[in-house]
Ligand binder design. Sequence first.
Ligand code: ADP
Ligand code: ASP
Ligand code: MG
Length: 411
Amino acid sequence: MARIVMKFGGTSMAGIERIRGVAARIGREVAAGNQVAVVVSAMAGETDRLVGFCREASPLADPREYDVVVAAGEQVTAGLLAIALQAAGVPARSWLGWQLPVHSSAAHSVARIEGIETDAVVAAMARGEVAVVPGFQGVSDDNRVTTLGRGGSDTSAVALAAALKADRCDIYTDVDGVYTTDPRIVPRARKLARITYEEMLELASVGAKVLQTRSVELAMKEKVKVQVLSSFTDAPGTLVVDEDEDMERELIAGVAYDKNEAKVTLVGVPDRPGVVAAIFGPLADANVNVDMIVQNIAKGEGTTDVTFTVPRTQLPLSLDVLAKSHGDIAYAQVLSDAAVAKISVVGVGMRSHAGVAVTMFRALADRGINIQAITTSEIKVSVLISEEYVELAVRVLHSAYGLDAPEGVAA
Ligand code: ADP
Ligand code: ASP
Ligand code: MG
């Protein structure tokens, strides 16, 4: 007997027919003698709809009430799945975030799980009952509902698997594994049988939304065995593994893109010590997450330009902060552009191979795609380009690193 956590994403839960399909899949694991806890997402599109209501009610909605609204989508699917399981003859009940409880920080809309109490669920599972837990939600110390950030049900699942000391955490989604890039953009993307935690973490953090970044971070820390699988087929999925496990490896594990950034350029910044701190200090105080930074070499007249990226949703806030710091920075002009995208290549093979970045720069140059900013880490190179070239750039890089599946072969 194994103890497993199964997580089903929004597409898998979209409508009663699909929920019945999910119940049947869970029923097979129960029939095989396993103890099962399930984490569910809201139906596809539902969280967007709920976010839209909050924005319509007030652009400055109280974050505590925003969480009450957006957490509701998962409550509906948890209840419906428990009903579908019972109807299929599988004993089940739902456990809402406050009922377990899933303790979280009070950072509404981006809360972190701090601990999950599992005694009651463990007892229920031991009685042969499936525990259905809504993902994405927790409860703060002052007893308010919280949510974990978009895509957070993955993190709920991994945290529950860690708390339950589960043998596996199976993430069921609308693709049958982790691919060398988003298979919806590159049909010749290949499914990876295995990927290291580190590569998956880096890929998720640069935009591959198949797993939420925090879920991978947590799985790595707590040594949770994560597998990404399809809700709709029985194809073998992708295992997330430690690097030392025997793996046949490529130089590059994957290519990812992120359209959630915006570019800001401060023109004519005085080229003197302290000026960069004067720019980024107030942005940090306003909780703006600055990502890429490029400082140009000084021009003759003792001024320079500084370019950086911020999350697109934080562009208005960033421009406001910069306007207020004009007295301290004394820049000539602020330019901004939200029509940019970040493209990244990731692979642990980069540690021991030179020339990975050059391949990227050449491949983009050959297609006339201009690079506006660059950042690197030990296992990643990212470039900022115009948003209109995203799909072309991802396809070109996928080919340049030899990742394309052979012609006519479905992955
Ligand atoms: P869920 O609702 O199940 O959580 P998501 O939409 O959050 O599903 O994540 C699955 C989606 O991630 C896929 O439909 C795919 O378009 C996208 N995706 C992006 N990059 C990758 C990748 N490298 N491999 C697989 N899927 C990816
Ligand atoms: N329903 C939430 C979202 O759409 C959480 C999730 O599905 O993981 O972001
Ligand atoms: Mg998701």
